[in-house]
Design a protein around this ligand. Sequence first.
Ligand code: UDP
Ligand code: MG
Length: 331
Amino acid sequence: MEQPKLAIVVPCYNEEAVLPASAKVLRNILQEMIDKGQVHATSKILFVNDGSRDNTWKLIQQLEKQDSLLTGLKFSRNFGHQNALMAGMEIAGKYADCVITIDADLQDDENLIPTMITSYQAGNEIVLGVRNDRSSDSKFKRWTAETFYSLMGKVGVQLVPDHADFRLLGKRAIAVLMEYQETNLFLRGIVPQLGFSTDKLYYQRKPRLAGETKYPLKKMLSFAFNGITSFSVAPIKAIMSLGLLVIGISLIMMVYTFIRFFTGNVINGWSSLMISLWFLGGVQLIGISIIGEYIGNIYDEVKHRPRYIIETDNYSRTQQSDPEHTATEAK
Ligand code: UDP
Ligand code: MG
């Protein structure tokens, strides 16, 4: 494949502060690759506006007018980062040979993009960007991330540590990815399951170019929890171990109770009774809530609701009016 057609997908949620700057950086990189003949001239940068409440969409529309390399699509409301990535890949994957996803804040190293393409041309269907350094993240974020990856490893979910959502996927990988119909999307877990020849490229993560994180602690925790429950039933199995432990303790308590009974000392058992009552109540509630979490997930999945709703898709429009595309379609 001489010149692959590339689409760079950029999810955007309230990114007005950073968008003009990152659009400029990305378009220059793409322009340079087109000029060098590394990628096809019909390659695009696709901004996915994930229901932003600020001026992000207006900015995207302005950028589209000024620059034919830039284009956008708009969700009808906020559907979340993972769904924005999925939509970008699904739509761009219909026209492009490969798609690179990168966050709007350019914390990931955009200069890796040409190297990703080189790796793709060398035959890799998947190219993962992996951070080799988290010094720009806060101590807390680093700690939560480390705990998360080690926990995921323990419950048996195969992840590539420190790989987020900066990656290249070829058309074939995207087609297979689209067959994963789940509502609770955790792309970092699914991508390693796809197989295909995979390459890893290392880079240093930068601080956010501008604006604030769109992953506050609550969202981060629910994302992490969702990652575990959508890939592993280890928490449910852990309830079994907990139950066995509690039964073990209760056997000891039984022996103790008999001894007290036969020594005629049975009245003053109030404290131990109260403690075990509340303790067992807590254990049972935790057990039920973990099972409930899985039932909740099943509930979400069986409804089979659309993962996202697109209000405007300017990318497909530019592609359909592109004579070269129509020509390849007709073949
Ligand atoms: N994002 C999104 N929808 C959301 C939340 C975030 O599309 O509901 C995008 C956001 O615009 C950014 C990317 O996801 O491009 C990653 O978010 P952020 O940089 O805030 O996360 P962090 O790097 O702090 O984990
Ligand atoms: Mg970020």
